[in-house]
Design a protein around this ligand. Structure first.
Ligand code: MN
Length: 271
């Protein structure tokens, strides 16, 4: 058995007037949406995406197909809403996250992505970006024309090439991962990754044991680095059920940290 513990934090940052990020952190579903569009329309688009996904959180058992279907419905909802009001025309949002799904009789993580918010996996001391950004700078990186360091300051670094709220409907990327005890997943908006290098993010994930504390620390550091954008962070820990119980009795987690035991195969974690 694996136990999931998670924490989340979101902040408007130091420059923007409003927080257009939306997010959900429920036992089977963790997602971040970064809205785009003037006059608060971005906020509406990201909230619609999360509201559509949130309906999945009530299901007893999820599979990857139901997650993809929900993303398609979210796109339609945003397109419909954008056509009904002139000031919302063209609004859109990124959407990325992790759903606990049942595939082939076992629990897996389905990581999904549209846009340039990200999911990372931190395991055995190393940080790996699971999602691939749908952005102009990622295309330049993939073509070998710029490196990741240059992408961080590129003038078009905020231009996404796929987002919800478009027709034809964007295709969501999907990865199915086997949960392993000791894994730590990070779901975040670009307000984090535009301020902090992967190295700085890894350092926090390595050194701050509690998921809620780690999420709050990452948001604090993004603001300290300038806070140019809204920033949203979810940190999810998968731990061996017994080890988690021992840790909790030794050191009670903070009130905002949630946990849930999922059926998983901890022994496969070592493979
Ligand atoms: Mn953003």
């Amino acid at each position: 058995m694996l136990t999931l513990n998670w924490g989340s934090a979101s902040d408007v940052g130091r420059v923007r007037d409003a927080n257009e990020d939306s997010w959900i952190a429920e036992p089977s579903l963790f997602a971040v949406a970064d809205g785009m569009g003037g006059h608060a329309a971005g906020e509406v688009a990201s909230a619609l995406a999360i509201a559509e996904l949130a309906e999945l959180a009530d299901e007893d058992s999820l599979d990857s197909a139901s997650v993809i279907d929900a993303i398609d419905r979210a796109n339609e909802r945003i397109v419909d809403a954008s056509l009904r009001r002139r000031d919302r025309y063209g609004m859109g949002t990124t959407l990325t996250g992790v759903a606990v799904v049942s595939e082939g009789g076992r629990q897996q993580w389905a990581v999904f992505n549209v846009g340039d918010s990200r999911v990372y996996r931190f395991a055995r001391g190393s940080l790996e970006q699971v999602t691939v950004d749908h952005s102009e700078v990622q295309e330049l990186i993939s073509a070998g024309r710029i490196d990741r360091a240059a992408a961080r300051t590129h003038p078009r670094r905020n231009v996404v090439t796929r987002s919800l709220g478009s027709r034809p409907a964007p295709i969501a990327d999907l990865w199915v991962l086997t949960p392993a005890a000791g894994d730590r997943l990070l779901v975040c908006s670009d307000g984090l990754t535009n301020e902090l290098t992967d190295g700085s993010i890894a350092q926090v994930l390595e050194s701050v044991p509690d998921a809620q504390d780690a999420a709050a620390e990452l948001v604090r550091l993004a603001n300290e680095a300038g806070g140019h954008d809204n920033v949203t962070v979810i940190v999810i820990d998968a731990r061996d059920g017994d080890a988690a119980a021992r840790a909790q009795s030794a050191m009670p987690s903070s009130a905002s940290t949630a946990s849930r035991t999922i059926a998983g195969d901890a022994s496969s974690a070592e493979s």
